[in-house]
Design a binder for this molecule. Structure first.
Ligand code: PMV
Length: 357
């Protein structure tokens, strides 16, 4: 337990408090895959915070007469009660209560929606946990004094306990999570902004191609677990940290060739871990590979610095600088949408993190 994150001075009041926050999804360039309890990463990771793929969450905190020993909540997602969301949220609140003991004095009414299609494979756990954490810290800041820095760190800290990668959605445009020798203030407990970034990366575009919106065969929870007995785990963790060290000067200098090389290697190494675990699995679909090959041919023919990355799924994130957006969007339209389910694609770009709405 991290004593410094316990809200010891926050005194509950008898007033109803409503909080509304939106939080974006994020896309990892250096991938987190493998963890130890409680949600501590085995290697450092780095991501672009997105801008359009967001979760909007409202929490109404209703005071109770007597404190309870667990957090009472209701959850409505996109207009429907969601019993299937309860186990994850119950586990989350059981952890959070240690850090926000005042929650025992409230009943929470949570209402949430995404701006992107649900079950599209876009990581909604990152945006939803970050938005919920922002609402929880909003209440905490009503009950005790917190500086802006303390607030943002607490949001990232709580979001991490909900879903590891969610801690990287609190701020932007580039976030790092996990201790690393090249990042003095980086921590396993929460994500920090990486500030020395070339302007080309500050409005980078990410077109998310929805290749397969079906249920994933393997959850990321199981995927992380399979790294425990994985024959290449130690090499992978060391390699991710090396890639992060190599990426930092590339991000500073705006070196697009260097960026492409590291980002594509990371995506393929993440999937190589899945393919070489026991049990093994493949999350890419034939259309994922078709898109990758098209991107490689287009880049070779035109010299336009467009590349791809992958999450733990079949969808492809197409990454490119804003100054070639017109050419790349035309390429996506003509050559790539044919590989997407119902030609669906979410056009996004790098963004700045959580916002009140
Ligand atoms: O945050 P989780 O437990 O859903 O894991 C996310 C893992 C990846 O998306 C594959 C990589 C990452 O760093 O976001």
């Amino acid at each position: 337990m991290e004593e410094s994150f316990v809200a010891i001075n926050a005194q509950p009041t008898k007033e109803i408090f409503t909080s509304r926050w939106q939080a974006p999804s994020n896309i990892a360039l250096i991938k987190y895959w493998g963890k130890t309890a409680p949600q501590l990463p085995k290697n450092a990771s780095l991501s672009f915070t997105l801008s359009n793929a967001v979760t909007l969450t409202e929490v109404v905190f209703m005071p109770l007469d007597k404190p309870t020993n667990k957090v009472f909540f209701s959850i409505v997602f996109e207009g429907e009660e969601k019993p299937s969301f309860r186990p994850k949220l119950e586990a989350f609140f059981a952890n959070i209560l240690l850090y926000q003991p005042f929650l025992a004095y409230y009943q929470l009414k949570i209402t949430s929606q995404n701006t992107f299609p649900h079950s599209s494979g876009i990581a909604s756990s990152a945006s939803s946990m970050a938005a919920l954490a922002a609402c929880l810290v909003d209440l905490e800041s009503q009950l005790t004094i917190l500086s802006e820095n303390e607030k943002i760190n607490k949001i990232s800290f709580l979001a991490r306990l909900g879903s590891g990668s969610a801690c990287r959605s609190a701020q932007g445009p580039v976030m790092a999570w996990g201790s690393h020798p090249k990042l003095a203030d980086a921590s396993d407990l929460l994500a920090v902004a990486v500030n020395d970034i070339h302007s080309v990366f500050k409005d980078f575009c990410d077109a998310i191609l929805l290749i397969d919106k079906g249920q994933k065969q393997v959850s990321s929870t199981l995927g992380h677990k399979l790294m425990h007995q994985h024959p290449y785990a130690d090499q992978r963790f060391a390699q991710a940290n090396t890639h992060l060290a190599e990426l930092l000067p590339i991000l500073q200098q705006g070196d697009l060739d260097g960026f492409i090389s590291i980002v594509e290697k990371e995506a393929l190494h993440l999937h190589a871990m899945m393919m070489t675990s026991d049990p093994y699995f493949i999350l890419m679909q034939p259309n994922t590979l078709s898109v990758i090959n098209k991107i490689w041919s287009f880049r070779k023919e035109t010299g336009i610095p467009v590349c791809f990355t992958l999450d733990a799924g079949a969808n492809v994130h197409v990454l490119y600088p804003n100054n070639v957006a017109e050419e790349v969007n035309h390429f996506i339209e003509v050559e790539l949408l044919q590989f997407c389910q119902n030609r669906q694609c979410v056009h996004d770009r790098v963004g700045s993190g959580i916002k009140k709405y």
